[in-house]
Structures are given as structure tokens and as C-alpha cells.
Design a protein around this ligand. Structure first.
Ligand code: GUN
Ligand code: FE
Length: 426
């Protein structure tokens, strides 16, 4: 049954080649929060006497998905951008994450984090918590309270880290099982995800236990892959039997045996790329993080053309910015730098990048990221009045919003059909 019809200028990317544009279009949303139909006229939709909410001259677009983000690094956003990955982790990231043993500190910071995500219209996320079960539970409850969707991981780590962040295998399994028991409902907006931090942080025993949890509870998996050349060399030393970094996950059932997303993949090539394709592993491309930590330029054109699944991630605080619209711009800019090095690799177009951020990324959550019938209605209403809309086409209005806009122009946010109100800070 149709609950509400929304009228606005509607833009979305069913295909990566172009935008679907409906000037003064209509989208009908059913009582389950799903799109029932989208059309240029009301008569074309079978809506009975459902109310029509008219957004006038505003833009209606799919909401943003942040496919790789560390909630407990929010306090370090914009701090220590002068190191590469491994010293950055040791000197800044691990000390900050250690503070999350304190659930009150965690709640204060997590509320700040969620508020910023809300401001920028990020309605779904794939999130790293910390090793701490109680703080991770708090983060999951806070997501539930806001009404935004998330896959949230209690981080598994037991080697090469400070004692405060080290958890033995039994405790890691018990903590995960407690969260799984509480949160793992099939269609829930907030669900657990198995989260080995990365190979250097996890002994083979811990990786094995993570793979077993993913298989037993049919849960998705997230981690980091081939981000930095020193990290890759270290993994080769730690796991000499693995053919490549990806293989060190694959041999423990953490590489596509259940839905898997790997952050970065800056240096993924050859057999690792083949295995990602074969196993349907998604890449979370994190351009700002890759710039800030001098990790490199991920070969997104190659990954896209090879048919690898891709989404975009902020990766704060390797990345400095939680605004996913800006992440589209950075992704395009990285691809243009790549193009300078290799003219065979054309740079990303705007619709391609929008599709990556919405429909491609959203597929990790189910039917999310488009306005085709059956998709969850995750949407943003953009009032771009300050950007001189009358002078531009609808696609150029969206492009200008992506490049120039910010949270002030987002006037409504919907996740799975429900309007998401501003979350409370502490
Ligand atoms: N690899 C392992 N942990 C991290 C992290 O917190 N951030 C990034 N960017 N890479 C990692
Ligand atoms: Fe990360």
C-alpha cells in the first residue's frame, strides 16, 4: 500500500552511464519504506488517495552511503596528517581508540560522529568500532536511536598493538556472540559485521575464529587490504604461505565467503584482483585517506572496468572529511591524476561516480541507493536555492551541489522510508 508520494526534481543513477532525471517527478513510497514507483506524472502511478508531499523546486536524490569509516577516530579528524599508515596507527590511532574502554567517553564521541554523518546526509554506513564490546554495543544502540542504517564491527585485534587494544581469541568470540545475539535480526537496519582489523593486527588463530563466526552466523566481513606498500611487505613476512595479501584473508573464509568489503585496495593487482572478482568482494575506495596517509592512488577505472564492486568510504581519521558528496569529488580527482599517468585509463564521470556512491555501494545493504521500484527509500531533499538554480540544468544543479554544497542545503533526510530527525548530542 502506498503511504506517501513525494514530488520534486528527481535524479538517480539506475545505470552508471547516465542520470535518470525527472523534472517535477513523483516517487511513491509504500508502508514498508520501499519505492513503489517513480514517474513523471502522478497519473502514471497507482497511488489511490495517498498524500502528496510537494518539495517544489528542490532536488530529490538517493542518500549517501559511507562504506568504510572508523567511528572511534572522530576525535582525531584532521589531526596527524603528516605520517604514513603504520606510524600513524601506532602514534595516534591506537592511543585514541584505547580511550573507548570508557563507555561514557565513547558515547560522547559517538554522538558527535553520528550527528556529523546525519548533517551530511549519510544514511547507511559500514563502520569500525573498537575492540571494546560495551562501547560497540553503545554505538549500535545510538544508530538504532537515530534511525540510520549501519553494519557495525567490534574490531578483532590481538598482535602488534598496545595491550589496551589486545583481546584474546576466546574473549573476541564471546564479545562478538553477545552482540550477534542482541542485534542479528535479518532485516534490521543496524547489524553486526565481522571485523578483523587487518592481517598485521590478527594472529592466524584470530583470523580463523573470525571466519568461523562469519560462516556460523552468515555475517558480512570488513577489513583493510593492500593500502600501503610497507603494510603489504609486512603481511608477506607475517603470512609467508599466502600467495598475496587477499589470500591471507581468503584462507580463513574472510574474502567473499560471506559478503565482504575491503577498504583501499590501492595496490591490488594480478591474482589478488582476480580473486576479488571471482569472490564478489567489494572495494571501499577511500580517496582522502589515500592522499593524507600518502598510500597511493587506487586504480578505480581498472577496478570498475574489470567489474569489481565498488563503494566510497570516508575512512576518518585517515580521511579528514565525513562529507560523502565531497568524496565523490575526491574520487573523480584521483582518477584524473591517474589519467595523467596513463591516458588509457579514462577518468571517472559524474554519473559513474554517483552510481558508485549510491547504487553500487548500496547493494551491500540489500536494495539501497536507487529509486527503482523495490528499493528502500533512502533519500535526501536538497534546497540549492543559494546556488543560483535557475541558471542551470538539473544535472548541473546536482553537480554544483556535489562540488560546492554542504549540510546547510540538505533539508530532509530519509532512511528506509522514515524521515530521520536531527540526532541529539551530549
Ligand atoms: N589499517 C588498519 N587499521 C587501520 C585504520 O584504522 N585506518 C586505516 N586507514 N588503515 C588501517
Ligand atoms: Fe580504515
Amino acid at each position: 500500500m502506498i503511504k506517501t508520494v513525494y514530488k520534486a526534481h528527481i535524479l538517480y543513477t539506475k545505470e552508471k552511464s547516465h542520470f535518470e532525471v525527472l523534472e517535477n517527478g513523483y516517487v511513491a513510497v509504500d508502508t514498508e519504506g520501499r519505492v513503489a514507483g517513480v514517474a513523471g506524472s502522478l497519473a502514471a502511478l497507482d497511488c489511490g488517495d495517498a498524500p502528496v508531499v510537494d518539495f517544489g523546486n528542490k532536488l530529490l536524490i538517493p542518500a549517501m552511503n559511507d562504506m568504510h569509516v572508523h567511528a572511534p577516530q572522530v576525535h582525531n579528524q584532521g589531526v596527524a596528517m603528516d605520517l604514513e599508515l603504520l606510524p600513524w596507527l601506532q602514534n595516534y590511532t591506537f592511543p585514541e581508540e584505547s580511550k573507548y574502554a570508557d563507555v561514557e567517553y565513547a558515547e560522547r564521541m559517538y554522538r558527535r560522529f553520528l550527528h556529523t554523518q546525519w548533517l551530511f546526509g549519510t544514511m547507511r554506513s559500514v563502520v569500525f568500532g573498537t575492540v571494546h564490546t560495551e562501547s560497540t554495543r553503545k554505538l549500535m544502540h545510538l544508530y538504532q536511536e537515530t534511525g540510520m542504517g549501519a553494519l557495525v564491527g567490534k574490531v578483532a585485534m590481538n598482535r602488534n598493538c598496545p595491550p589496551a587494544l589486545c583481546e584474546d581469541v576466546e574473549a573476541a568470540v564471546a564479545g562478538n556472540e553477545a552482540l550477534i545475539a542482541e542485534f542479528n535480526a535479518p532485516d534490521a537496519l543496524v547489524r553486526p559485521i565481522i571485523t578483523p582489523r587487518f592481517v598485521p593486527s590478527c594472529t592466524p588463530d584470530l583470523l580463523k575464529a573470525c571466519g568461523e563466526l562469519a560462516a556460523k552466523y552468515q555475517l558480512p566481513v570488513q577489513s583493510h587490504l593492500s593500502e600501503n606498500t610497507s603494510e603489504i611487505a609486512w603481511v608477506a613476512e607475517l603470512e609467508p604461505d599466502s600467495e598475496h595479501y587477499g589470500d591471507a584473508y581468503n584462507r580463513y573464509g574472510l574474502f567473499g565467503q560471506t559478503p565482504t568489503i575491503m577498504a583501499h585496495c590501492v595496490w591490488t593487482r594480478g591474482k589478488e584482483l582476480e580473486l576479488m572478482k571471482r569472490n564478489g568482494v567489494m572495494v571501499a575506495h577511500c580517496p582522502t585517506s589515500n592522499f593524507n596517509l600518502s598510500s597511493g592512488m587506487a586504480p578505480i577505472r581498472t577496478l570498475l572496468d574489470e567489474g569489481v564492486r565498488i563503494g566510497l568510504g570516508s575512512d576518518i581519521s585517515g580521511g579528514h572529511d565525513l562529507n560523502m558528496f565531497r568524496m565523490l569529488v575526491y574520487a573523480i580527482q584521483v582518477s584524473k591524476m591517474h589519467y595523467q599517468l596513463d591516458h588509457d585509463k579514462s577518468f571517472l564521470t559524474l554519473p559513474e561516480t554517483f552510481w558508485i556512491a549510491t547504487k553500487s555501494a548500496g547493494s551491500f545493504f540489500g536494495k539501497v541507493g536507487s529509486f527503482e521500484p523495490g528499493y528502500d527509500f533512502d533519500a535526501l531533499v536538497i534546497d540549492d536555492d543559494v546556488l543560483y538554480p535557475a541558471e542551470y540544468s538539473l544535472v548541473h544543479r546536482l553537480e554544483r551541489y556535489i562540488y560546492l554544497g554542504d549540510d546547510r542545503q540538505i533539508v530532509h533526510r530519509f532512511c528506509c522510508g522514515r524521515e530521520v530527525p536531527e540526532p541529539r548530542l551530549l
